[in-house]
Design a protein around this ligand. Structure first.
Ligand code: ATP
Ligand code: MG
Length: 207
């Protein structure tokens, strides 16, 4: 066993044994893990039960509330991927996504174009909770490691890292650079593979 954020850090290519602080924010389906890593250990770890699946729930709820349309989880997930956003102004805006489904009351078929701005608005609350958790992790980070993170920035991994504009939103909120890991969906798997292939080197990471 290896902690998910540690595996993610290895998978991104971070030197986890260095005497420097690194912050990893892994936004998965069910949980967001925020970890500060230094000297091969997790210095500070926060686990939050708000992540990608909550974004999907938010979208389902929003469509029901705002547009009177019933959509399933799969459609909400598709909306999240096609027009999901964390900011109401992004550089390469996606075109509106056309949602089809029955009206809640009349059951008549409806077609509604959904913009990324709407989704940014509807995800705002959940994203704010992630921001608050990052802030609180920062506050618990020892000053020397805080300084490293401040200089190098935060690494985002997990599927949630793919949400448009999330990096820019967190950057603005925390005044710290935010990087999205290359291929964030597979960082944990890659890191686990690296640790298993180098068991001698990383045995201290395995439980
Ligand atoms: N392009 C995308 N934009 C936004 N969210 C996405 C995108 N692609 C995938 N996701 C979301 O990422 C989440 C899955 O991410 P990941 O595979 O990192 O989670 P997990 O490791 O399975 O979950 P957990 O860490 O909570 O156990 C899902 O909620 C999925 O909808
Ligand atoms: Mg995960």
């Amino acid at each position: 066993m290896i902690h998910e954020p540690m595996a993610a850090a290895l998978g991104i290519g971070i030197d986890v044994e260095a005497p420097e602080g690194n912050m990893i924010v892994d936004i998965g389906g069910g949980t967001t893990e925020i970890a500060v890593i230094a000297l091969g250990g997790i210095v500070c770890n926060k686990s939050l039960r708000i992540a990608g699946d909550d974004f999907t729930d938010d979208i389902q709820e929003y469509m029901r509330h705002q547009h009177n349309i019933k959509i399933g989880e799969r459609t909400a997930e598709e909306i999240k991927i096609k027009v999901g956003a964390a900011l109401p102004d992004i550089e390469d805006p996606p075109i509106d996504f056309i949602v089809r489904g029955p009206h809640q009351m009349t059951s008549l078929p409806m077609e509604i174009p959904v913009s990324y701005q709407e989704i940014a608005h509807c995800l705002d609350k959940s994203i704010s909770k992630i921001e608050a958790a990052i802030l609180s992790a920062m506050e618990q980070t020892p000053p020397e490691l805080y300084k490293d993170i401040y200089n190098k920035g935060i690494w985002l991994t997990g599927g949630g890292a793919l949400l448009r504009g999330l990096d820019r939103r967190l950057e603005a909120k925390h005044s710290i650079p935010v990087h999205v890991a290359e291929d964030p969906l597979h960082a944990v798997a890659r890191g686990t593979g690296i640790s298993l292939k180098n068991v001698d080197k990383f045995s201290f990471l395995l439980r």
